[in-house]
Design a protein around this ligand. Structure first.
Ligand code: GDP
Ligand code: MG
Length: 594
């Protein structure tokens, strides 16, 4: 395709403002998906995405429109997936910034807009859901225009649900988004923005061609690993993969398959060139995102450790932000310490490991990363609370902090400040976006916001507040390690690092929660919480003789078998810690609030 006829754009917005639904209408109106095959949020292809109703992965699709080729990328909106969005932006020249006409600007509207502006994209402001009776297009067109510095009449209005205004939007994309520029005669350079492991076809690599051309049956070179392969198939996604004999030229977005099975050879952010005429310089690639939260992942069945490693390798290909290294726990055996971008990301990874790779896992309570400086000047980075040094030799402890932005109706300012202050926040500033909406900025410890902060915020503001945060360095803090002991033995997987002022309450709450979560055993189980050698709380689980069969004397044999099976089922998520059977929930008890 002539690059002058190509337009590459993405749809960005706060979560639930209707990106995927707008993408649906675009697929339909351009005839890429016929009415019969249409289903809501067509591009949310993963089961998890469909069940949860959220987009996790960006998806690129080629749409023919008015003699042009549009490559549209639908992106996720949740704060954990900002990295996914920023990669997509680099494959585009334009961005449709979507705002729900009944909600107005939210925290991720701002965050995504800033990302798009940093990537030098042409921005098209669009109000969505104008079919809603509660829509206030005039008000929010002003708000949006004020934000990006355009005239309110330049803000387009659409409904992704009914399709109103979507044709006009597509025309507008053709007219205003710049065509890609690249050198067709130069050595080929294509940027890998995603890849996925397919059991049947091996690694599928998604890329955007910047210069030159990549053909079918061509010897290609991955520039960072120097690995060479032959392209077996190359093509575009519209809406399913369509092989193309012509290959991909300047500005085109598509996929390639080279029969590679080794997942490490197709890295997101790498540059693909050809063996015959290799490029000299790589493309800029992507910054590596820094994981914000760590947690231990252990197979329930210790024999599944190699499978877990292989699954992590494969998943990392599809999720470049995932990092992990082996660790051993006295309580849980062999596993991995895994780094995530946030709690949702953590949940999703765990669920994908279980579903896509058939594993049964135990995960430990998440924590942030601490930097500990000892009195002798040595330093250590603690990603696992059980490694937190004990004894009097610690000079300083630093914890990561964030710059957090909260958007909410002005009436909630008091409640929001109260929550933030209670979590060691420092007010940075406050601005009115319109008469009745404010943007409040705080420095908050990451460890304070990753847990139930957002839930609290939502409940105190009747769901009206939205939150975005970004890393903002580290600050010194008064932190201690709280250990939990079962039958007098500290269980490493239960250790947590807590602010000194909250350590006592934390210990008492944890001991109580564990007493409720751990089932009675055939012997007594004392639970203690301790800071160093000082016990700060204790509880007791009384002994019981648990015999389900006793309940069905005289019952028929099949009923007994069913009961036994049920009991086995219930045990699936149990892990033996010493002599005590501990359910999965106990390891993440610190996460639950009540
Ligand atoms: P995303 O998170 O931005 O991808 O949002 P989705 O496309 O998944 O939509 C979120 C919710 O808003 C879904 O329940 C959609 O049905 C609904 N929705 C999306 N667009 C419209 C619209 O134009 N009008 C109305 N009334 N609802 C919409
Ligand atoms: Mg979506």
């Amino acid at each position: 395709t002539d690059p002058a006829l190509i337009r590459n754009f993405c749809i960005i917005a706060h979560i639930d403002h209707g990106k995927s639904t707008l993408a649906d209408r675009m697929l339909q109106i351009t005839g890429v998906v016929d009415d019969r095959s249409m289903r809501a949020q067509y591009l949310d292809r993963m089961d998890i995405e469909r069940e949860r109703g959220i987009t996790i992965k960006s998806q690129a699709v080629r749409l023919p429109w008015d003699g042009h080729v549009l490559n549209m990328i639908d992106t996720p909106g949740h704060v954990d997936f900002t990295y996914e969005v920023s990669r997509s932006l680099q494959a585009c020249e334009g961005a449709v910034l979507l705002v729900d006409a009944a909600q107005g600007i939210e925290a991720q509207t701002l965050a995504n807009l800033y990302l798009a502006m940093n990537a030098d994209l042409h921005i098209i402001p669009v109000l969505n859901k104008i079919d809603l009776p509660a829509a206030q297009p005039e008000k929010f067109a002003d708000e949006l225009a004020g934000l990006i510095g355009c005239d309110p009449s330049d803000v387009l209005r659409v409904s992704g649900k009914t399709g109103v205004g979507v044709r006009e939007l597509l025309d507008h994309v053709v007219q205003t988004v710049p065509a890609p520029v690249g050198n067709a005669d130069a050595p080929a350079r294509a940027l890998i923005f995603d890849s996925v492991y397919d059991t049947y076809r091996g690694v599928v690599t998604y890329l955007r061609v910047i210069d030159g051309h990549l053909g079918k049956r061509e010897r290609i070179l991955m520039m960072s690993t120097k690995a060479a392969h032959e392209t077996l198939e190359i093509g575009v996604i519209s809406p399913e993969p369509k092989p193309s004999d012509l290959g991909l030229g300047v500005g085109e977005v598509g996929y390639l398959i080279s029969g590679v099975k080794d997942v490490r050879q197709s890295r997101v952010g790498d540059t693909v060139t050809t063996v015959v005429k290799p490029a000299e310089e790589m493309l800029a690639g992507y910054d590596h995102p820094r994981p914000m939260v760590f947690s231990g992942l252990y197979p329930i069945d210790g024999d599944e450790y190699p499978e877990l490693r292989e699954a992590l390798d494969k998943l990392q290909l599809n999720d470049a932000s995932l990092i992990y290294e082996p660790e051993t726990s006295a309580a849980l055996g062999f596993g991995f310490r895994v780094g995530f971008l946030g709690l949702l990301h953590m949940e999703i990874i765990r669920e994908r490991l279980e579903r896509e790779f058939g594993l049964s896992l135990i995960s430990t309570a998440p924590n942030v990363v601490y930097r500990v400086v000892m009195e002798d000047g040595s330093e250590l980075t603690v990603t696992n609370p059980s490694e937190f040094p004990t004894g009097g030799k610690i000079a300083q402890v630093f914890e990561p902090v964030t710059k957090s932005t909260i958007l909410a109706p002005a009436e909630f300012i008091g409640a929001i400040m109260e929550i933030c202050q209670g979590r060691r926040g420092q007010l940075l500033g406050m601005d009115y976006l319109s008469e009745d909406r404010v943007e409040i900025r705080y420095t908050l410890p990451l460890g304070e916001i990753i847990f139930d902060f957002f839930d609290q915020l939502k409940s105190r503001t009747r769901g009206y507040a939205s939150l975005d945060y970004e890393p903002a360095g580290e600050e010194e803090s008064d932190l201690v390690k709280v250990d939990i002991l079962l039958q007098g033995e500290a269980v490493d997987a239960f250790s947590a690092i807590v602010h000194k002022d909250k350590a006592y309450t934390y210990g008492v709450d944890m001991a109580k929660k564990l007493r409720e979560l751990i089932p009675r055993q055939q012997f007594e189980v004392p639970i203690q919480a301790a800071i160093g050698a000082r016990v700060i709380a204790r509880e007791n689980i009384r002994a019981i003789r648990k015999d389900v069969l006793a309940k069905c004397y005289g019952g028929d044999i099949s009923r007994k078998r069913k009961l036994l099976e049920k009991q086995k089922e219930g045990k699936k998520r149990m892990k033996m810690v010493g002599r005590v059977e501990v359910p999965q929930e106990a390891f993440v008890a610190a996460l639950s609030t009540d």
